[in-house]
Design a protein around this ligand. Structure first.
Ligand SMILES: [Zn+2]
Ligand SMILES: [Zn+2]
Length: 93
């Protein structure tokens, strides 16, 4: 799962980046992200209907089951794990 739209893109002059479709602070990702929370989808992975707005409960969206994720399934944890596995030296354990 490679992001072709905003990979390594930064958002709003912060350290928040798109990592395999997940919006996360790059430092948090590098140092070890939280495993028990859902991270928001980046623009490339967000629901096309609500543009990810349903993720934080801003609105209800039938297209994504109010997950904010395109396809209706929150992929943040497995996307981050997958990304970390493909980058030797970056371990999220
Ligand atoms: Zn992206
Ligand atoms: Zn939606």
């Amino acid at each position: 799962m490679t992001c072709t739209h905003c990979n390594n893109g930064q958002f709003n002059d912060t350290d928040i980046m798109c990592i395999s479709g997940v919006l996360i602070d790059v430092d948090e990702f590098t140092e070890g992200w939280q495993r028990d929370i859902a991270y928001p989808p980046a623009p490339c992975m967000c629901c096309r209907v609500c543009k990810g707005a349903a993720w934080n409960g801003e609105e209800e969206c039938g297209a994504c089951g109010s997950t904010g994720w395109n396809g209706g399934r929150d992929l943040s944890q497995e996307a981050l794990a997958d990304h970390a596995a493909r980058e030797p030296g970056r371990e999220g354990e």
